[in-house]
Ligand binder design. Sequence first.
Ligand code: ADP
Length: 292
Amino acid sequence: MSSETLPATSITPTTAAAPVAARAAEIASDASAPNVVFDVRDLNVFYGAFKAVRDVNLSVHKHEITAFIGPSGCGKSTVLRCFDRMNDLIESARVEGQVLYHGVDLYDPRIDPVEVRKRIGMVFQKPNPFPKSIYDNIAFGPKISGSKENLDDVVEKALRQAALWDEVKDRLKKSAMGLSGGQQQRLCIARAIAVEPEVILMDEPCSALDPIATARIEDLMQELKSEYTILIVTHNMQQAARVSDRTAFFTTEVNPESDTRTGMLVEFDSTNTIFSAPSDERTENYVTGRFG
Ligand code: ADP
């Protein structure tokens, strides 16, 4: 990811690191601070003139799994990409509102998106290992971020955390492309956690996997949440019900003047409430399968 692709407002990592890091340290030492990692306020995202998603307000809690569900096109991935400023890489995308990370607005012009993405890792729909060895996939991030730790230890720790170590420890120097799809996805999770982020964003991480590989990733998410905060976009409602602590249900509404559909957050609550006693009829229709 080169800095040319980032907007002109980004500044160098050394200066940009300060506000986020300082605030995160302040929060960590403040026992009275609520367990809120992100606070999203009045978020609207546009692609050119098209308003893709509007008026999103929600908070993401530490060591929880937060799921985004809703019909295709309702803005789940668009909103997820706001948490690590990945939308910056889409030329037409524009974000309004605030995404507060430990009280610091990630869209403050002083914040460097590269620094943001070190703290907030992402795992994509299709496993995307680098065409390198298993070892080099994991070592890549720590190397470029100048980690002083022993790389062998970093690689082993990340692979153990991603529940992949036992399957690959005898072939670390072999290509990652030889792994199965499920193993590749766990490798991508290991690669994301090797740089020790606080948050992992997952955009439909199981949609390319078979049910057994999916179950392994879901188990892994449960193990990882004691150390990380996880956000997951899933088109699979049962998956959200199985793995998440809180669920945000999005839908779309028609803009009569332009005949386009804008995404909106309908309801955000504990997963239990969303699936058993939602307060909005649209949520109920969706989770009971009457719509979508
Ligand atoms: P979901 O993840 O819920 O399926 P998305 O966030 O992918 O929804 O898309 C929300 C809306 O934004 C859709 O109307 C989609 O067509 C549009 N959209 C998504 N990505 C882009 C893009 N890069 N450029 C233009 N429009 C986009």
